[in-house]
Design a protein around this ligand. Structure first.
Ligand code: C5P
Length: 236
């Protein structure tokens, strides 16, 4: 997937098909893509992806696959057949798993004629700190572990990474230029932080080197979601 004109990915963090589709109808003209995560996907099944694709909008399927390489390859194949444009895997699944995911994206796309999705690696979840890492046997601080996993993702040939806005500048220093960075934790200057602790504004994140901005509540919980998205776009 090439660099988008509109970098806003709207996170559809809602539990029902109807509420998700209502947001898609309203926001499709001002969004670059829609993120479907575990809650919505488990509640509605693959139908939600088909219904969003029917509107012509792009889908980011954020299910964070982490399993043996063969199983992840098959899950990626199913996602390509569903015609998603971006999907996530855990980089801690290892080099072979990421390579299998990337190969499956390429081969299934060739076989089916569907777009080849951007396979994104998730490094250390932002809910983890250095103590949490130590508890699961990783004796590094979060920053070092993020860099190690990001390098491994690049070595596996993944097209992008999900990262916190405050990691963008550092990752840009050593990752190949073509690696796309997808960044949640985005808050417009005038909006509430909610439970996000380390945020940048949309403009700051783009200036730091983000390729895509994942934005949920500042758009979806606004009184007028379409106006909120347009206001954010106008700042970029
Ligand atoms: O509402 P808000 O803009 O905070 O939503 C951000 C979206 O990005 C949510 O879907 C959230 O799960 C996701 N996300 C995040 N932080 C991460 C990874 C994903 O906020 N580190």
């Amino acid at each position: 997937m090439s660099q988008p004109r509109n970098p806003i990915i709207v996170a559809l963090d809602v539990p029902h098909l109807e509420s998700a589709l209502a947001l898609v109808q309203q926001l499709a003209p001002v969004a670059g893509a829609f993120k479907v995560g575990k809650e919505l996907f488990v509640a509605t099944g693959p139908d939600i992806v088909r219904r969003i694709r029917d509107t012509g909008a792009s889908v980011f399927l954020d299910l964070k696959f982490h399993d043996i390489p063969n199983t992840v390859a098959k899950a990626v194949e199913a996602a390509v057949r569903l015609d998603v444009q971006m999907l996530t895997v855990h980089t801690s699944g290892g080099l072979a798993m990421m390579q299998a995911a990337q190969r499956s994206a390429e081969e299934t796309s060739l076989r089916t004629g569907k777009t080849q999705p951007l396979v994104l690696g998730v490094t250390v979840l932002t809910s983890f700190n250095t103590n949490d890492l130590a508890e699961v046997g990783v004796p590094h601080d979060v920053g070092n572990q993020v860099e190690r996993l990001a390098s491994l993702a690049a070595k596996a040939g993944l097209g992008g990474l999900v990262c916190s806005p405050l990691e963008i500048a550092r990752l840009r220093q050593f990752l190949p230029q073509h690696v796309q960075l997808v960044t949640p934790g985005i808050r417009p200057a005038d909006s509430r932080a909610d439970d996000q602790k380390r945020t940048l504004t949309p403009r700051e994140a783009m200036a730091a080197g983000a390729s895509w901005l994942v934005i949920g509540r500042p758009i979806c919980a606004a009184p007028d979601p379409r106006a909120a998205a347009e206001a954010i776009l106008a700042t970029l």
